[in-house]
Design a protein around this ligand. Structure first.
Ligand SMILES: *[C@@H]1O[C@H](CO)[C@@H](O)[C@H](O)[C@H]1NC(C)=O
Ligand SMILES: *[C@@H]1O[C@H](CO)[C@@H](O)[C@H](O)[C@H]1NC(C)=O
Ligand SMILES: *[C@@H]1O[C@H](CO)[C@@H](O)[C@H](O)[C@H]1NC(C)=O
Ligand SMILES: *[C@@H]1O[C@H](CO)[C@@H](O)[C@H](O)[C@H]1NC(C)=O
Length: 506
């Protein structure tokens, strides 16, 4: 994540001051299976699930349905300060599909952009009903398939790891009654700064800037036109509350405890503009299998992280990441190492806050400890996503190294424009796998197939008739699918990837 995300102000409440649980709607986590593979390529399926971040949830008085928070405003009576607010207010269960446009089917998660009044969302993968799954990926690889063919300029379908507590902060913050089951405890390298202007007599709730920060490994931030993978390090360990300068807000961007810029690898920004995009070598019109490998100094899960490698698999072909083509990065490289980060920051003239916060070794320590998988779809109130898919900063020469990051126009990422022109945008993340290097993908059979435990190998056709009962965005076929292939009237069963066909309005 480059800038802060929306709805920041609820975050502090949930993390620092706790939260009650509402009883208006039972919380039921949509199941999203994931797989763990062995060196031989045999994969075991786990019944993992996803949970919606607490920031997106309905927050109301514990004893009534009166909103504690409406639009951008706290209810002054219920929420004169964070502690009182936390005692008075509860977060409730989520209607994932209806309110937020979040659906799962087998190993696939679909996140819609605009659903009623809701804009974007963020979920975390759960190991069980009350704990996030922790991923420890040193000397391992992480693989998933993404369909972002319906994500235009200004949108970001993001899949990333953050150093959140597995319990969502329950143990750390005794007043937090909700925990991971309700998606609490978010942190990232942007620190989610909040200005709370409350009781001038209470130092804990006076005006000031607070945030919640931690190490962050962005595996995928992307739309049709550009993609980046980016480690962000912090000089603090684990989910940490920051205040003031430590949050690195505004002009203090490089003075905080976390590296907000990160050490990004975006092929377009690194000088190869014809590598990833619609119809290009990595064709964003089609599902893409994305492999990320965390290489250590001694091929051990106890080693020091020295390299983050990227491989794409599409149409039965393994596609190595593009090499850099930027003066000053010599020789050209296609992975993230400390040497790459140092050369890249120098070549493009960026402040090297990644290495000064510890570089890859620090990122690796967080990965070894275990990180939480976040998946989101968002637009960007702060910088219009120009840092991902356009020229940025806008006042720099577009021919200067590192300024051009994607082909989108300078005006394309304005959130109101994005919301009005792309309300039906959505992203599908599927086929999440981890395992030893080389275990999670293969190219046999002309598809991105892998060996899968279980017996079923049936797959439906992608041209099933309509008039059935499968609703929009639900699965209608794919490897292992045994259900019917008939979508509800008005939708068609579309092949998104070999594992997942989905009912969509065409
Ligand atoms: C937060 O505080 C800073 C510094 O006092 C101020 O410039 C900024 O406008 C405030 N932001 C909000 C959202 O109130
Ligand atoms: C790690 O494994 C790779 C691939 O098998 C090998 O080339 C390399 O020499 C190994 N490195 C160490 C430090 O053992
Ligand atoms: C790998 O290297 C780390 C130091 O980077 C060391 O602590 C660890 O014991 C080593 N592990 C093995 C299996 O050699
Ligand atoms: C662009 O604007 C920023 C912020 O105002 C400033 O710090 C920077 O020096 C400017 N860069 C150029 C090349 O004018």
């Amino acid at each position: 994540m480059f800038p802060t995300t929306a709805l920041v102000s609820l975050c502090l409440l949930a993390v620092a001051y706790g939260q009650q649980i509402g009883t208006q709607l039972a919380e039921t986590h949509p199941v999203l299976t994931s797989q763990t593979c062995t060196a031989g390529g045999t994969c075991t399926t786990a019944q993992t699930s996803v949970v919606l971040d607490s920031n997106w949830r309905w927050t109301h008085q514990t004893t009534s349905t009166t909103n504690c928070y409406t639009g951008n405003t706290w209810n002054a009576a219920l929420c004169p300060d964070p502690a009182t607010c936390a005692a008075n207010c509860a977060i409730d269960g989520a209607d994932y599909a209806g309110t937020y446009g979040i659906t799962t089917s087998g190993d696939a998660l679909t996140i819609k952009f605009v659903t009623g009044a809701n804009i974007g969302s963020r979920v975390y993968l759960m190991a069980d009903d009350s704990n996030y799954k922790l991923f420890s990926l040193l000397n391992q690889e992480f693989t998933f398939t993404v369909d972002m063919s319906h994500l235009g300029c200004g949108l970001n379908g993001a899949l990333y790891f953050t150093e959140m507590d597995a319990d969502g902060g329950l143990a750390k913050f005794p007043t937090n009654k909700a925990g991971a089951k309700y998606g609490t405890g978010y942190c990232d390298a942007q620190a989610n700064v909040l200005n709370w202007t409350a009781s001038p007599t209470d130092i804990n709730s006076g005006t000031g800037m607070f945030g919640t920060c931690c190490n962050e490994m962005d595996i995928w931030e992307a739309n049709l036109n550009a993609a980046a993978f980016t480690p962000h390090t912090c000089s603090v360990v684990g989910q940490t509350q920051c205040s003031g300068i430590d949050c690195g807000d505004g002009d203090q961007r490089y003075d905080g405890v976390c590296d907000k810029d990160g050490c990004d690898f975006n092929s377009y920004r690194m000088g190869v503009k014809n590598f990833l995009g619609p119809g290009l070598t990595v064709d964003t019109n089609l599902p893409i299998t994305v492999v990320t490998q965390f290489i250590t100094n001694n091929n051990s899960s106890s080693g020091t992280l020295t390299e983050i490698r990227r491989i794409y698999v599409q149409n039965g072909k393994v596609i190595q990441n593009s090499n850099t083509n930027v003066p000053g990065i010599t020789p050209p490289v296609n992975s993230v190492t400390d040497a790459f980060c140092n050369a890249q920051k120098a070549a493009v003239g960026d402040t090297n806050s990644f290495e000064s916060r510890g570089g890859l070794a620090t990122m690796g320590a967080a990965i070894q400890k275990g990180m939480v998988l976040a998946m989101s779809l968002w637009d960007d109130d702060e910088a219009d996503m120009l840092w991902l898919d356009s020229n940025y900063p806008l006042n720099a020469s577009v021919t200067a190294p590192g300024v051009a990051r994607g082909p989108c126009s300078a005006t394309s990422g304005d959130p109101s424009t994005v919301q009005s022109t792309q309300p039906n945008a959505f992203v599908v993340f599927s086929n999440i796998k981890t395992g030893p290097i080389g275990s999670t993908f293969s190219v046999t059979g002309g598809g991105t197939t892998t060996s899968v435990t279980g017996t079923s190998t049936s797959s439906s056709t992608g041209s099933a008739p309509t008039g059935g009962s499968i609703p929009e965005f639900s699965q209608c076929g794919g490897t292992g699918w045994t259900g019917s292939g008939t979508c509800i009237a008005g939708t068609t069963c579309v092949v998104l990837n070999p594992f997942f066909f989905q009912c969509l309005v065409q």
